[in-house]
Design a protein around this ligand. Structure first.
Ligand code: 1OR
Length: 300
């Protein structure tokens, strides 16, 4: 399992020579585009983002290539520009690789061994030809891990108040903080959209979120019903992730709001111990939906 013991970014020498991989304008532009929406880079300042752009290097892969093997030492962190990649973890008893998930054309991997100074926790295999951007271990620790230390402080108190996470140990909650990113929304912004593929899990930090579902009534007219409102410390977006289905409803900011966001891999890796709590809401959603539609057909 992951250990947070190696988490000491200050142990790395800050005066290290900065690593620069020269790039054409075209490459730099492509890389900027790839990293612009990525959670892991979203809290970096301009200077740090420049250093990331300088340090990253392009790597092509062919279908079938092992980019990372579980148990190896961690050298690089990778961001996907193109291509699909399977995630395997060896069964602890039989040692047979178990398929745990897939990156489809986007995402990032290889941060854990660098973050926690531990062997690789999973095997990543390209299932198509593809293109990656890599970042060496030293740069990753200097920039990303240093930022993660700040995030632990920032999220520590808040996460301790989230009921869903109450069964986690302090150390488990710290790892949730490491993987989390804050996203801010203005009134009316769509946070996630019904029918879209599921990518993130959300906890409301501040403000209010309303979840609405579009459906057809008996006359096939489509309308939107409010399913639920969420306030501080409440979570949403778990249903599609757990059921591996498109979003069943849309979520909107009601007034300005802030959410803490986890990607699907971090959700599966870190919230396993909360699964029972997460499952509890699922029958409630179904019941609530059938009640809403019953009411509508009665009043029609
Ligand atoms: P790494 O440096 O350990 C393998 O190298 C990478 O696979 C790892 O960082 C993550 O970026 C990525 N558990 C562990 N690592 C995962 C997982 C994962 N998913 C992606 N990686 N899961 C746990 C399953 C119980 C989630 C599977 C969806």
């Amino acid at each position: 399992s992951v250990s947070a013991e190696g988490f000491d970014p200050d142990a790395d020498d800050d005066d290290d020579e900065k690593i620069v991989h020269p790039k054409t304008d075209e490459q730099r532009e492509r890389l900027s585009k790839v990293i612009s929406g990525m959670l892991i880079f979203s809290s970096l300042d301009i200077e740090q983002t420049q250093q990331v752009l300088d340090a990253m290097f392009e790597r092509s892969v062919v279908a079938g290539e092992h980019v990372i093997d579980e148990g190896d030492d961690g050298d690089n962190f990778y961001v996907i520009e193109k291509g699909d990649f399977d995630i395997f973890i060896n069964d602890p008893v039989t040692k047979v690789p178990d398929h745990k998930g897939t990156y489809k054309g986007s995402g990032a991997f290889g941060e854990l061994a660098l973050m926690y100074n531990c062997p690789r926790l999973a095997t990543i295999i390209a299932t198509t030809d593809g293109s990656l951007w890599g970042m060496d271990r030293t740069t990753f620790r200097r920039i990303i891990v240093k930022n993660a230390a700040k995030k632990r402080k920032q999220y520590e108190d808040f996460l301790a108040t989230v009921p869903l996470l109450s069964t986690l140990t302090v150390e488990e909650r710290m790892k949730v903080a490491d993987a989390m990113v804050t996203k801010s929304y203005d009134d009316g912004d769509c946070i996630l959209k019904q029918g879209d593929p599921a990518d993130y899990f959300y906890i409301v930090i501040d403000g209010q979120v309303v979840v609405k579902r579009r459906g057809d009534d008996q006359n096939n007219a489509s309308h939107e019903v409010v399913l639920k409102k969420y306030g501080n410390g409440e979570y949403f977006g778990e249903l599609a992730l757990m059921q591996n289905q498109p979003r069943a409803a849309s979520a909107f900011a009601e007034g300005p709001c802030k959410c803490a966001v986890l990607d699907v891999q971090a959700f599966e890796r870190l919230l396993g111990p909360c699964k029972e709590l997460l499952m509890r809401n699922i029958p409630l959603y179904e019941q609530q939906l059938s009640e809403i539609y019953q009411d509508m057909s009665m009043s029609a």
